[in-house]
Write a protein that binds this ligand. Structure first.
Ligand SMILES: [Zn+2]
Length: 235
């Protein structure tokens, strides 16, 4: 989900998701590797076969969230995007690492009943960097605590938003469609359903939301400008 709140110049983008499954297969440096990592947190037991990278994100201090990040890092199956490019879970995990993005439980309710990052929009465009020092956190819904698959799904969905895949623009139905697609490709759920909907047809995009009971997204514009231009040129 991506909830938008407007003040004079403020927009807050929120996102929520649920479960999923991480199917991971990498040569096991696994648990033993974690011993060599100097961290203040103790990782819970990791699924067999997980590869733990040498460098872990310092900005993730919670064991379950760090485990979800490691699971995401282990997803190397390419996910085909709308324009023919591909994306992997590892790409998303690397984005968090490279940008030092804190991933935290939303214990203060910044996102309401969702997971989210705060997106600030002005006439100059939209950014996930607010006026305060440091990198703004990516918030995960606390009700996902204990739900490792749901946490992984939410993490992938939210990082996808943070990459600003359509540039410095506000959220759209199309961006949400792809955030859910990416989240479910990495951590599959039975909801939402994607089969039979062509997101490049505005009406189908709307029906996809309606049939999956995601009315909160109705107010969003259908497409970001870059996709609008593509669709106009294809007519
Ligand atoms: Zn979203």
């Amino acid at each position: 989900m991506n909830k938008t709140i407007r003040n004079t110049t403020l927009t807050i983008a929120l996102v929520s998701i649920a479960a999923g499954a991480a199917c991971i297969a990498q040569p096991a440096r696994a648990q033993s590797a974690s011993k060599s990592i100097s961290r203040a947190v103790a990782l819970p037991p990791l699924p067999l076969g997980l590869s733990v990278p040498d460098r872990l994100p310092r900005a993730i201090r919670d064991p379950q969230l760090l485990t979800a990040w490691i699971e995401l890092y282990n997803h190397t199956e390419p996910i085909a995007l709308w324009d023919g490019r591909t994306l992997t879970g590892r790409d998303l995990a690397q984005f968090v690492l490279d940008n030092d993005i804190p991933v935290v439980w939303d214990t203060n309710g910044v996102c309401g009943a969702s997971s989210c990052s705060v997106l600030t929009c002005t006439d100059a465009g939209c950014t996930y960097a607010d006026q305060s020092a440091g990198v703004d956190p990516l918030y995960i819904r606390p009700t996902l605590q204990g739900d490792s698959l749901g946490t992984l799904n939410a993490l992938a969905h939210e990082i996808f938003h943070r990459t600003q895949p359509f540039g410095a623009v506000a959220d759209t139905k199309f961006e949400e469609y792809w955030a859910y697609r990416v989240g479910n490709a990495i951590a599959p759920k039975t909801w939402p359903v994607f089969d039979g909907y062509d997101p490049l047809v505005s009406g189908w995009l709307f029906l996809w939301l309606a049939n999956n009971h995601m009315g909160a997204y109705y107010p969003l514009a259908d497409y970001p400008p870059i996709v609008e231009q593509f669709l106009a040129s294809a007519e």
